[in-house]
Design a protein around this ligand. Structure first.
Ligand code: TYM
Length: 334
């Protein structure tokens, strides 16, 4: 039923509608890797509450995200697609790993620094220990590989450190995971400020293309994207706006940056931006249609949610029992 011997784990937060940054940096790679590995793709709803959420909106977004995973091409029979909150072993392992993680390590996490600056009125303990829950997600399934965008690499490095520390004390309990970062598009930038990451929580709607944006909105946003006065489509750090658009076009058209430079040699930015927009819309439209069909098919999605949480829980229990035994918790009497 599952695909390969080696394990893959990844996830995304349902805090907002995903952007094409999430798609290029993560989901697209998930699909291309899914034949090679036994894969778990998690909707990490427990991570989301580190920032205040409206309950009804969170529930709705979580379901949209789970159906989006399937709509992008992940087969829920071959891959384990589920909600983190349906598998309580994540939180249990996170507690244990908290006791093997240092305050100093957590206070160095750039995402914690960024988010606590942004939500100064709610710097909660969950926001601080968030990377430990992420480590638990990954280690619970003995993941060999974790496909992520560049912004998550620091968390992955911490995961490896925690796993190594634990293994040094108790023997080979955890597989040490490797990150997988795509060649192009591991960090898609904002369309309005190419020095900033495209983020689903950006207040400026024109900065991001959302997975739900219709064609006309996509074309309009690309038309407004910030570029430069060079009038030359070149994949260069000196032209960060154009470089970002080339990365996006490359991810959606399967053309290499060099092929794109040749295609637009001597042509204007207007034509180039339109081509980028069309290629993105061509890929997103069928995904949006499939997602709408899934959202309308309640019974089918509910059955996926139930069976996949059971499959995840079975694997998670195996690791958790092993960990509990190693650290000296009393055995459960049956
Ligand atoms: P999240 O929800 O912020 O993002 C999901 C994935 O999208 C990638 N990403 C990007 N890639 C390229 N360009 C961008 N502009 C961009 N923005 C986001 C992220 O790197 C990520 O791969 N903590 C994680 C979720 C998580 C997780 C895990 C991931 C929880 N547990 C275990 C992997 C393994 C997060 O907040 O991702």
């Amino acid at each position: 039923m599952l695909n390969g011997e080696k394990m893959l784990f990844s996830g995304a937060q349902a805090t907002n509608v995903l952007t094409i940054g999430n798609y290029i940096g993560a989901l697209k790679n998930w699909v291309s890797l899914s034949d090679e590995y036994t894969c778990l793709y998690c909707v990490v709803d427990e991570h989301s509450i580190t920032v205040r959420q409206d309950p009804a909106t969170l529930r709705k977004r979580a379901r949209e995200l789970l159906t989006l995973y399937i709509a992008t091409g992940l087969d829920p029979e071959k891959n384990i697609i589920y909600y983190q909150s349906h598998v309580p072993q994540h939180a249990e392992l996170a507690w244990i790993l908290n006791c093997y993680t240092y305050m100093g390590e957590l206070s160095r996490m750039t995402q914690f620094k960024d988010k606590s600056a942004k939500h100064a009125d709610n710097i909660n303990a969950g926001l601080f220990t968030y990377p430990v829950l992420m480590a638990a997600d990954i280690l619970l399934y003995q993941a060999d590989v974790v496909p992520v965008g560049v912004d998550q690499l620091q968390h992955l490095e911490l995961t490896r450190n925690i796993a190594e520390r634990f293994n040094n004390i108790y023997g080979d309990v955890f597989t040490i995971p490797e990150p997988y970062v795509g060649k192009v598009g591991a960090k898609i930038q904002s369309l309005q400020d190419p020095s900033k990451k495209m983020s689903k929580s950006d207040e400026n709607e024109n900065a991001s293309i959302y997975m739900t944006d219709p064609r006309d909105v996509i074309i309009r946003k690309f038309k407004r994207a910030v570029t430069d006065n060079e009038a030359c489509v070149r994949y260069s750090d000196d032209q960060p706006g154009i470089k970002n658009l080339i990365s996006i076009y490359s991810a959606f058209s399967q053309k290499t940056p060099e092929e794109i430079e040749r295609e637009f040699d001597g042509r204007g930015y207007g034509e180039f931006k339109l081509a980028v927009g069309e290629s993105v819309a061509d890929v997103l439209e069928p995904i949006q249609k499939k997602q709408a069909d899934l959202l309308a098919n309640k019974d089918y999605v509910d059955s996926i949610i139930k069976t996949n949480a059971e499959r995840a829980s079975y694997l998670a229990t195996k690791t958790l029992r092993k960990v509990q035994k190693k650290i000296g918790f009393p055995e459960i009497v049956r």
